[in-house]
Structures are given as structure tokens and as C-alpha cells.
Write a protein that binds this ligand. Sequence first.
Ligand code: PXG
Length: 462
Amino acid sequence: MTTITNHLPTAELQKLDAAHHMHPFTANGELAEKGARIITRAKGVTLTDSEGNEILDAMAGLWCVNIGYGRDELADVAARQMRELPYYNTFFQTTHTPAIALAAKIAELAPGDLNHVFFAGSGSEANDTNIRMVRHYWALKGKPTKSIIISRKNAYHGSSVGSGSLGGMSAMHEQGGLPIPDIHHIDQPHWWSEGGDSNPEEFGLARAQELEKAILELGEDRVAAFIAEPVQGAGGVVIPPATYWPEIQRICDKYEILLIADEVICGFGRTGNWFGSETMGITPHIMTIAKGLSSGYAPIGGSIVCDEVAEVIGGGEFNHGYTYSGHPVAAAVALENLRILEEENVIGHVRDVAAPYLKEKWEALADHPLVGEAKIIGMMGSIALTPNKATRAAFAADAGTVGYICRERCFANNLVMRHVGDRMIISPPLVMTTEEIDLLIERATKSLDECYATLQEQDLLK
Ligand code: PXG
């Protein structure tokens, strides 16, 4: 039996890693000097590294391990499925039980008439599906000029050429010739950094109305869809003002624009409902899903599609699909994950216990001298670091300098908390207990204190 050589000393593993492994979104040269942190095991909300450190994972991996680590049920299901049918495809009029059962379960959980699932291996792939599906939909409806998809600056929809184009990350667009044609980006509802003197409600409304302006400028006959995350995740956990989503829904309805909710992070309980769209009170035509669908235990994503779009697309052949669309092992694992979420009432735990408890403690971090705002919805939160709370000023140092220092303090204190520029963000496993939330807040506070002291020492508090 082949074993993975994780018995090597940390330094040797780091050397092999640096020599052969190209990491995503990482300056690999810099990492090689420092050596990557090697995670060897995990249980519940706690990671263990190759040096035996026990780290509280306030990011649920990469926003995905909703049920927490180490659930044997998922491992058992995967092993059973691998023995029975490790692979078969869902092309050319074949199917298999795991894909059938998962699609039916997702249709049951999804709101309204979102009754059909097109599977993919990831969120990026699912959003690529969405680009082709909405354009093809309008072509089939006799309106082939409706091909523009409107998205938002600082949105994240994936890393493939298509999904990276949908995303509004300028650093990504600078590399590799993105965006593809007919993607249009409007401004985001990020009041803290872009709201100026307006109040959040006015600002949210104004940012939503940019969608209407864009439709009128581009021409209603040119716009196919609008895509957005109910709450932006990778952009820094940007919770839109309450005025934003109702106005977006009004505009999509008025101009017959398909609404795609990218639920890759918000889906499967993160915001306190099964889907972020429910929390925001919107009715999308398509939802993108991945991450929490399998709690990250197996790679799987997909598009949940409403009756009308599915019917039109299904009228002919949709020349699209992935080898691993509806992969039987991934589908079986996802189904077991959904069983746990449902039978153990994990979303009820978020709504009634974890989220209210975390909200109170998280928002209290706004009293810290370094913190300008502390916002949270369900189990996803952010804090804005600032040298001046009153003016919401950015630091004089390059954006991300202070956030990076804070993140390093968190790491040193055995807490995984991410930074996006100078915002600190969390997205812990949904099963987190109140004791674990206390530990999270204790370590976060210590890290903020240490970061503050470092900024004073290095004269960066300006
Ligand atoms: N949509 C959203 C909203 C996401 O957050 C994707 C699509 C793409 O999914 P895949 O499975 O292709 O990665 C994502 C992924 C970060 C970070 O730094 C966030 C994601 C992925 C990697 C890093 O916060 N989100």
C-alpha cells in the first residue's frame, strides 16, 4: 500500500513542498524561504500541524467545512461508494443513484422552483456552466444578443477563465487576459470603504441602482443576467445594507434579467438559513453551489436551476459537462453531509445558539482601539482595522500591511483568521460550540492587542 510520507520531519516536507508544489494565490518564492505550515489532522473545529500545534480554524478550511472535521460517517460513505461504483459518468443518457439522490435532495432543500441541478466539480466550474447556460437560454428564447452578464467589482466567483472574468478582482484580471468579452462590472455595496458621507441605507440603494443604470446604458436587449454573492465572502465579508437586495430584485424583475445568486459560501447554512438568498429575501433563477454542499470532504459543485430555465435548456442538447459532473463518490459524500446538516439541526444551532452568541462577542470587538467596525451575519464576520474610527481612514502603509501583521499574530496564537487587505474575516464551522466561540474571541482579542502593540512600535498606527 502506498502511504503519504507525512512522517518526514517538518523541514524536509517543507523543502519538498517548495521544490515541487506550486501553491494557489501564493508568492511561491517567499513561501519557500519561510516554509509552509503543514496541517496533518483535524477534528471538530481544530487543526493539528506537523509540529503538534492545535489551531482553532475560524475559517472552516476555505469557508467550507460546515459540519466540522473528522466525521467518520462521510469517510464510511465514501469507502462504501468507492467499492460499489467508484466512477461512472452522467453523459449520454446514463446516470447513477448518488447523482439522482443528491439532485433530488438539493431540489427539496432549495427554495421555490429551483428544482434542477447541473453538477460540476467546483464553484468555478459551476459558474462557467452558468455563463454558458444563461447565454444559451436567451439564444433559445430567440434573443441571442442578450449575452452580457453584469457582476460587481471585488466579487469572487472562481479562478477559471470564465468565473475569474465574472469575478471583479483586478489583480486576477491583470493576469492571463481576463475578463472574457461581455462581462460588465458595477460597484459593490461596500459602505465602510466606499460609502463616503452617505448613510449605509442611502448608499445601498444607490449601489443597487447602478445595476439599472448599467442595463439602460448597455441596452436591455444586451443583458442576460446579474450575478452576485448574497454576502461577498472573499471580498472581505461585505454585508450589504438592508436596502440593497430588494432594489436589485426589483430591477432584475423589471428588466427580465436572470438573477444568479452565487451561494458557494452562503449556501448550506452559513447565514443562518439553508441559502443566503433566503436570508436576503431574494428569488434567484440560478444558484451556484459548492463548498458547504459536501463540507469540503469531496470536491463537488453545481448550479441549481429554476423550472423555466431548465425547461428551455432541456429542450435541446446543452453541449456542456465535466467528467466529474455528479461524481458518485462526491455525490454520496455530499448527501451524507446534507443528512447530518438536516438531522442534527445544524442550521437551527447556527440560528438559535452559535450565531447570536458569536454576534454579541464579535460586535463587542468594535470597542478595540484598532477596530472600526465589526459586522457579522450568521457565521461569517469581518472587522475593519483602522487608525481612525471616526473617519474610517485607511492606514498610510500599503493596503494589507496591517492585516497581514494581524493575521500573523493570529497564526502565532493558534487561530486561523484571514485578512483581506486590512479587514480580518472569519467563517468558522457551523457546529462551533459557545466554549469554542469564547476561545476564538479570546485568541482574536489577544492577536488584536499584539497587532496594536506592533503598530505602535513600528510607527504604523497612522
Ligand atoms: N464563488 C464564490 C462565492 C466563492 O467564494 C467560488 C465561487 C469558486 O469556487 P471553487 O470551488 O472553484 O474554488 C468561490 C471560492 C478566499 C478564497 O481567499 C475564496 C474562495 C476560494 C479560494 C480562496 O477567500 N472561494
